[in-house]
Design a protein around this ligand. Structure first.
Ligand SMILES: *[C@@H]1O[C@H](CO)[C@@H](O)[C@H](O)[C@H]1NC(C)=O
Ligand SMILES: *[C@@H]1O[C@H](CO)[C@@H](O)[C@H](O)[C@H]1NC(C)=O
Length: 410
């Protein structure tokens, strides 16, 4: 949209920690009403009547457009996009303690695995809406349901057996069940037809898959999945299961879905610390990502042509990440290897806690913690999703995707 970024980073993974952006509720109608009263006070008495009719029509037209312009936003996936659902669950995969959230206005943790905003937050900004509330948040009720909801849960994967060590997390099938439940609540608020339209006009983001490698296949040597499948076969299996998930989203009414790849799995500080002896990206995990991401893009192409419409767009985060990891300086980072918050080599071991090393300037680090990008990196990622060229976005970038229906949306 605003930034002409065409290069980018990556991401990836999940494990531990959230945010509460208490933004004021926007009230465009009030704003337009004050414009209206200002204008009418300037009109002559004779013309006042017709001016009022005209202006009133204008006000209604503008406020309708404005209200509808903030389309709903639904988020599914893992810790890269979790806005705090895990705070409500008995799991170790949480980001609810300091210094998580240190660069938010309150400086308090919220459950987001970031020092500040995460990927969904920057997308909400671009949509002109408030950040999505975690589906499990008691604040998600009444008119706030119209903003959308975030169903993501740190630690989950495409497969049910991914992240079992985190015990109580919202697995993918469960996130979809919650989406259905949400739609029932929304219909209770605005009626069935309107609810359906809100869902079909909405933007959906899904980010999942990294944990199926990091917290499953490669979690321990000789893991069950790695004994069952060679890497190429495992990737095929993941893609076929992911396809089912995307079709379920479609069946549940989603019509605009942004799907992100896994990013540079082998290059995150945690993997540099645990699997690399010389500071090079781990080749096995990099190979996993290089198999997964292109097949995901192909699968999505196939789905779109089967459904006869562009329902899904894919972010090629791997392509984006190569630039980012190999040339951090070009993005204003001093390092893409060392996490801002952590301990051990590359600050890549364990969790980010108050006892960890903490860098003074988070904007200089591509990684906030051993697995997750910093707020600044998240911004760069979203800029590329919004306005990246077709090298990064397939078949089109998010700005173009959203523009497809701006004239037909009711
Ligand atoms: C995950 O578990 C749910 C509930 O048991 C089941 O319906 C679903 O098919 C499972 N998914 C996979 C990929 O095995
Ligand atoms: C995003 O997509 C639109 C439409 O395809 C295009 O005009 C724009 O140039 C794209 N952005 C970049 C940076 O390529």
């Amino acid at each position: 949209m605003f930034f002409s970024f065409d290069k980018n980073p990556y991401l990836y993974i999940s494990s531990a920690y959230s945010l509460i952006y208490m933004q004021g509720t926007k009230s465009p109608i009030n704003k337009y009403f004050s414009v209206f009263s200002f204008c009418s006070s300037m009109a002559s008495p004779v013309a006042l009547g017709s001016w009022m009719v005209l202006l009133l029509g204008l006000v209604i037209a503008i406020s309708t457009t404005r209200v509808e312009a903030a389309r709903a936003f639904f988020v599914f996936g893992d810790s890269l996009v979790d806005n705090g659902n895990n705070n409500y669950l008995a799991t170790t995969a949480r980001a609810d303690s300091p210094p998580y959230g240190i660069d938010t206005p309150s400086r308090l943790p919220t459950g987001r695995f970031s020092n500040g905003k995460n990927i969904p937050d920057f997308i909400s900004d671009a949509l002109g809406s408030e950040p999505t509330l975690p589906y499990l948040s008691p604040e998600l009720r009444g008119n706030r349901l119209l903003v959308g909801a975030n169903f993501a849960s740190a630690g989950i994967g495409i497969l049910n057996d991914t992240g079992i060590q985190f015990i109580n997390i919202i697995r993918m099938f469960n996130q979809l069940e919650y989406f259905k439940e949400y739609q029932g609540r929304l219909a209770g608020l605005v009626g069935k037809d309107k609810a359906k339209r809100i869902v079909s006009d909405a933007l959906v983001l899904i980010t999942v898959g990294g944990n199926d490698f990091v917290n499953n296949y490669y979690l321990v040597p000789y893991s069950a999945r790695s004994r069952q499948y060679s890497l190429p076969d495992y990737v095929k299996y993941l893609i076929s299961e992911y396809r089912k998930i995307l079709l379920k989203l479609y069946v549940l009414g989603a019509r605009k879905v942004l799907v992100t790849g896994t990013g540079p799995l082998g290059c995150v500080p945690a993997e540099l610390a645990m699997r690399s002896s010389n500071g090079q990206c781990d080749s096995e995990l990099q190979q996993a990502a290089s198999l997964f991401d292109p097949q995901l893009t192909e699968m999505i192409k196939g789905l779109n042509s089967e459904l006869g419409a562009t329902i899904f767009i894919a972010a090629n985060t791997r392509q984006q990440s190569n630039n980012f990891v190999s040339n951090p300086g070009a993005y204003g980072f001093t390092t893409s290897k060392i996490a801002c918050c952590g301990q051990g080599p590359y600050n890549g071991l364990g969790l980010c806690t108050l006892a960890s090393n903490l860098c003074p300037n988070r904007n200089l680090y591509a990684f906030w913690d051993p697995f997750h990008p910093s707020e600044k990196a998240n911004k760069i990622i979203v800029d590329s999703i919004l306005s990246g060229s077709t090298d990064y976005m397939s078949p089109m970038n998010l700005s173009s995707f959203l523009a497809l229906d701006t004239n037909t949306r009711t």
